[in-house]
Write a protein that binds this ligand. Sequence first.
Ligand code: ARG
Length: 573
Amino acid sequence: MQTADVTEELARRVVAAAGRALDVELTPDQALIQASPREGVDYQGNLAMSLGKRLGRPPREVAGLIAGALELGGIADPPEIAGPGFLNFVLRGEWLEARTGALLGDPRLGVPETAAPRRVALDYSSPNVAKEMHVGHLRSSVIGDALARLLRFAGHEVLPHNHLGDWGTPFGMLIEHLLDVSAGQRAIADLDAFYREARRKFDSDEAFATRARTRVVRLQSGDEDTLAVWQELVDESTRHFDEVYALLGISLTDKDIYGESFYNPYLASVVEDLEKAGLTDVSDGAVCVFPEGFRNREGDRLPLIVRKRDGGYGYAATDLATVRYWTAERGATDLVYVVGTPQAQHFAMLFAICREAGWLTGHAEHVGFGTVLGADGKTMRTRAGETVKLADLLTEAVTQAAAVVAERSELDAAVQAEVARAVGIGAVKYADLSGDRERDYVFAWDRMLAKEGNTSVYLQYAHARTRSILRKAGGLPGGTDVLLEAPEERALALKLLRFGEALKAATSGYAPHKLCTYLYETAVIFSRFFEECPVLKASSPELRDSRLRLTELTSRTLALGLSLLGIEAPEQL
Ligand code: ARG
C-alpha cells in the first residue's frame, strides 16, 4: 500500500475546492495545510488569508467559499472557520480507523516512495589519513549515514563518497617518518602520535625537512616506490577508520573512498576549463577565481585559489574537481557535502564558481554542523588537552551504557552486552542527531544516557516495552480492525499516520532531528496510551486486539524510525 499522507490529501482537496469556488489555480503547497496546535483540531488550512489579500476579498468569506466547495470524501467533517479565516479540520473517526488498520499490511507504514527520484552524491565522514578521526568526523559520519538511509528510503539513489584527506604537502614528512621507523614492522598503533612525531622531526631536523620536501615532489610526480609507501599509510589509516565505522554500524566501505588523491588526474583540466571560461585571474602568481558576490569586510573580492604559486593544487581545486566529477561523470543531480560549518564559505564559493562554469545546474547543499563541546563549553579535548579519539569515546559509551542497562535488566550477560552496545552507540549517535545540526552541543554522558527525555535510550525502552506487550499477548492477532474510542487511542493513531510527514521534513531539510522529535513525541503519546488504555486487560476481545495492533504499529514505527537514524532497537532491554 502506498498512500499520500494526510496533509497532502487534504491539500489536494482544498486546492480543488479553491479552483471551483474562486477560479484560482494553486499548487498543493499553497493550501498551507499543517498539523494544528489547537486542542480538538487535527489539521488547519491557512490559505484564505493570503488568498483573500490577492483577490481583494475578506479572508473569512474566502474560507467560507472554499469550505462550501470542499469534497472531503469522508476524510474529515466539513471544516470550521476560525479566527481570521483558518479552515479547521477534524478527521473522521471511521476514516482514521480504516487508515490506521491499513498500515498493518504495509512494510513502509504508509510512507510513499518519491515519484521523482534523484541521484545524490553524498560526501560524508571524510577523515584525514595519518590522523585519528575526531568528534568532528563523528558528526559528519553519523549525520551523513542517517541522510543516506533517509534518502534511500525515500526512493532516491545515493552515491556515498568518503573524501579522505590523503594528499598534499604533509605526506612528504609522513612517508619519510614511516620509512625511518619501519625497519621491520609497519603497523601504526597510534595515528596521532605518529603524525606528531613526524611533525616534530620536520620542525627540528633540517635534514629530515629537506628529505620530506624532496619526497613530496617524488610523490607528486608519481614515483612508484614513494607511492607504495604512501599507499601503506593510506591502508593503515583506513584500517583504523574501518574499526570506527564497524563500531558505529556505518556502512562506508573501501569502495566508497574517493580521497583527495583520486581527483589528481582531473586538476589540470579543471584549471584549464576555468581559464577557458574566462573565470580565472592571476594574483600574486597564483591562479584564482573571484566568484561574484563574495567580499571581505573591506569590500575586496575574495578568491578561491585553484593553483598555487608553486604550481601545486590545494583543497579548493580538489573540491572543484569533485563537483565536475560527480555531476558530469557520475550523473549526480544533487551534491551533498556533510562538513562542519566553519567550511560554509568554502562551499558557498565553490558552488558559485561551479555554477558560473556551468558544471553545476542541479542542487548542491553544504550540510553544515556545529562543534562538539566539552563540559567546559570549549571544543572537546582529553584531560591532557589532546583531541578525543573516536574509538576511545565509543568504547567508553558502551561501558557507560552497560551500567545503565544492568540497573534494571534481567537479561543474561551475553544479551546484556549486546544490548549495551546498541544503547551506548545509539546514545552517542542520537545526541549528535537530535539537536538542530547547525548548533554546537555539549557532550555529556548523563544527558545522552538519560532514561527520560528525548534520548535514544528512552526510545529503545519504549520500543522494548511494545515488544514485551506483544510477547505477553502471544503475538499479534490477525485482522486489521482498529477501534479509536479513547482520546489516547485517537491521538496515537493520528501520530502514527504522521510518520511520512516527519520523514519528508527530515529528508528534504537534511534535518534528522525532525525525525528524532517525531519519534520522541510518538513514544510519549504511546506511554500515555499505555497508562490510560489497558491492552492485555481490555474490556473486550475486540478492544484488546485493536490495542495490540496500535502497539504493533508503534513498535514498527519506532524501529523503522530508529533504523533510518542508524540506531538499533533491541527486542528487550
Ligand atoms: N578532510 C576534511 C576535514 O577533515 C573534510 C573533507 C570534506 N569534504 C570535502 N569535499 N571537502 O576537514
